[in-house]
Structures are given as C-alpha cells and as structure tokens.
Design a protein around this ligand. Structure first.
Ligand code: SPQ
Length: 438
C-alpha cells in the first residue's frame, strides 16, 4: 500500500550477474483468477504473482464467493463457480493500486445480477475510468463514476448487455479486455478494434479456457453466452519486472545476467527491441511455449548504449518499461526521443513528469514533452528522488544507481510490492547495493 515511509538507499556502482527468476507475470496472474473463477471446474495456477495487485483481484473474487486456495509459493487453486455463480460482495471491492483489476472487473461485473462498488487507493482514485465506462454504457451497462470520471465505480446489476463493435481511441489492453469480458455476458457479438497491437493475454487465456475468440487483424471478437472450462495455468516470469535487470545489466560495466523463464509474448517484447536498437547485448535461449504463452531465458551483458528515436510502433509493446528505459537513455551516448506515449501520463503516476523530475535531480538533461520525453545522455550524480508511490519509478531509479557517481535515495517505495515482492533481496543477490529503510 502506498506509504512515504519506505525508502530505498542504493549504493553507487556495482554490476549485475548470475541467474535469477523474477516473479510471475502480473497481467497473466490477474486474468488467471478472473477466468478461473468463472470457469466450470477446478483451475490450478502455478507461478502466480504474490504481489498486492494480483492479490487484490484474488481477494475480490473471494469476496464474491469463490473458493480460492493459496497462494502458496505461487500455487493457487480456484474452484470455479461458472459464468453465473458469483455472489454479491457484502462490502465495496478494494482494488488497491491496481488499474488492471478495476478496469477488467468493470467489464466482467457489468453483466452480473447484483450491484457492486469498486474503490482504490489514492493513485487509482485519480485514474481515468471513462475509457471503460463509456463503451460499457453503450452496451447497456449502468456504471457511475465521480464527476471527473474517476473511481469509485458503482455498478448497477441486472442490466442486459448487447454486443457491439467498438473502435478503441487509444491502444489499451485494459479497455480491450474489459469489453471482451463484458461481451461474454452480452447478447450477440462484441468486437473490439485496437489502433495498435496491445498485450493479448486475455484473448489467449480465454481460448485456453475453451472460449472462442476470433482475432482478425486488429479486431478481437467474442459471442456472448458461452462457458469457460477449467484448465491449468503456468504463469511465466514477468518481462516488465525482468526489464529492470535488462537495463541494469546493460548500463553497469562487467554485468552478465540471465533472467530465467521470462514471458516473451510478442505484444510485450518492445523493451528488448528498443534496448537492442540502442546497442544492448541481449540473447534469448531455451525458447518454448508454456500454457499458450511463449517463454525464454534472457541473457544480458553490459554494452555501450546509444540514443535513438524510439519507433512509435514499439510504444504499446513496451508501455510499462519506459521508466527504466529512460534510465537506459540517460546512460546512453547521444539523444533519445520518445513520442506517442501520452498514455504514460495516466499510469500509477505521471510517468513522464516524475521520471523527468528525478532524472533532472540526478543531473540528467531531460525535457518532458506532452507525449514523451527528450533525454540527452549525461553523467549521473547521486541524490534524492521520489518514487511517488509508483512501483516502476522506484525500481527504475534503483537501477540508475549502478551508473551514478553517488548513492541514490528513493522515497515512497512501498508500492514496489504491488508488482515485484522481494525486489530488494533479488536485486541485492544479483549485485545491486540496495537497502530498504522503513
Ligand atoms: O494495473 P495497472 O496499475 O494499470 O498497471 C500497469 C503497470 O505498470 O503495472 C500500468 F500502470 O500495467 C498495465 C499496462 O500499462 C497492465 C495492463 C494489463 O494487464 O492489461 C495493460 C496496460 O495498461 P493499458 O492502460 O495500456 O491497457
């Protein structure tokens, strides 16, 4: 939970080495609970992310009457209640810091027979929800937000939803997934068209649970009224968590690290493409498919990075990795320019502004723009920066210390536990001089 009491103090210098496995994929963990709960039969999940965000989803389904065992070392057993077996929760569902939980649940709950209220922490309470409530209303849902379009969301049950054809105004896997989940309960066909490819874990997992999803280019469609059949899910390690070590190893001289069993779904690998364009030394081995998702071991050795113009087509494929990619850009020779990434401003924090502020505090020449940033590679000083309760900001600045002239102190780091429980100890084992205070 957000708290300004947790601080990271990270020594300057060092290098990353060894073989590590980062925790399970957050996006896939959320979806495994949602679909497992609605399935008929018992779903066994392994590699589940025991982070606060995925646990918020798990607790929400428990509150709606689903019997869920675990998590125990990444193992979760879900006794599915079927498409119409959820029960009204007795209190508002608290989704903490998790945008994915709230937006996907908005779709899934819009077609239930009971009312639900969804609330979040101070960060989630500022995030835009009209991107889901407006198209859901067109399908027949009744959902109230604040006047600003932010949480809490009050969903009125008992509405009959109609399928629709929706062209998304922004590239968002959460909006796409929300509408497909609502589509399971709608009469007829729901089709969602995306302006650029976004993570397709929902489509893959629905198919894994035996639900037909038709994907035709940029359009994903489902017919309402089907059912899900329980299955077993092995969650790969999260490429978004692995990304911190990819950048850390790239920028710290003498590094050589292997990240095991990482999900390399092509809708998530923009970070590898961008780092390679910058000159990073990244090799994939042991490529295989696990439960419908491709995985690989990723070896990263230090390399001299150069600044680039980041191709806009890669932006949605690396959307969560930009905070740490900005650190790579600060350590690169020359200029890096990011455009077409205005979505970064509505994440757990305004990731363009807070990264620019922190980098500038560390002596980097960084200029935020409305839809991106311009960073000129610069020597990094030590100093004090703020994580703004955003897990990815805190971890990005922790990695920056590998190349800084002095220690970096990072305030407001408690939310690292939303996506990466155990970050400090794993990073310390790999060679980062990190200490947690508070
Ligand atoms: O769940 P939340 O808080 O929105 O998490 C983030 C993150 O950095 O962990 C975004 F801030 O990841 C999103 C991601 O940015 C997870 C996600 C998903 O699982 O569907 C999709 C992306 O969001 P969006 O808004 O682009 O659809």
């Amino acid at each position: 939970m957000s708290g300004s009491n947790v601080r990271f103090i990270v020594e300057a210098g060092g290098r990353l080495s060894g073989r590590i496995r980062v925790p399970g994929d957050k996006s896939i963990s959320h979806r495994s609970i949602m679909l497992g709960s609605l399935a008929e039969g018992v779903t066994h999940v392994s590699g589940f992310l025991e982070g606060e965000d995925a646990l918020a989803t798990l607790n929400a389904f428990r509150a709606m009457g689903v019997q869920i065992e675990g998590p125990d070392q990444g193992r979760v057993t879900i006794h599915g209640v079927g498409m119409h077996g959820l029960k009204a929760p007795t209190a508002p569902l608290d989704l903490g810091n998790s945008g994915t939980s709230m937006r996907l649940l908005a779709g899934l709950l819009a077609g239930q027979g009971f009312d639900v209220v969804m609330v979040g922490d101070s960060s989630l309470s500022k995030r835009p929800m009209r991107r889901v409530t407006a198209p859901l209303a067109e399908m027949g849902a009744q959902i109230e937000t604040t006047d600003n379009g932010t949480p809490p969301l009050k969903i009125k049950g008992g509405q009959s939803l109609k399928g629709m054809f929706y062209k998304m105004p922004m590239a968002s896997a959460q909006v796409k997934s929300c509408l497909l989940l609502a589509g399971l309960y709608a009469e007829g066909r729901t089709s969602v068209v995306e302006p650029a490819p976004t993570r397709d874990h929902s489509e893959r997992m629905l198919q894994g649970f035996g639900y037909q999803v038709d994907v035709d280019g940029a359009t994903a469609s489902v017919e309402g009224g089907g059912k899900l059949t329980a299955t077993d899910i092995e969650v790969p390690a999260d490429i978004s968590s692995a990304a911190f070590f990819m950048v850390g190893a790239s920028i710290a001289d003498g590094s050589d690290i292997t990240l095991e069993h990482v999900g390399i779904n092509p809708t998530r690998t923009g970070v590898i493409d961008i780092l390679r364009l910058m000159g990073a030394d990244i090799t994939l081995s042991n490529e295989r498919e696990v439960g419908g998702e491709p995985v690989a071991d990723i070896r990263v050795r230090s390399a001299k990075l150069k600044g680039i113009n980041i191709p806009e087509a890669l932006v949605p494929l690396a959307i969560d990795e930009f905070p740490v990619l900005f650190v790579a850009a600060a350590c690169a020779e020359g200029q890096t320019v990011l455009t077409g990434a205005e979505e970064l401003r509505v994440k757990e924090s305004d990731r363009i502004q807070v990264m620019a502020d922190g980098l500038i505090a560390l002596g980097v020449d960084a200029t935020p723009t409305p839809d991106g940033i311009v960073i000129n590679g610069s020597p990094l000083q030590g100093g004090r920066v703020n994580g703004h309760g955003d897990h990815r900001i805190s971890m990005a600045f922790a990695m920056a210390a590998l190349r800084a002239a002095g220690a970096i102190e990072i305030d407001d780091c408690a939310n690292v536990a939303t996506s990466f429980p155990g970050f400090e100890s794993l990073a310390a084992n790999a060679g980062l001089g990190i200490q947690r205070k508070g």
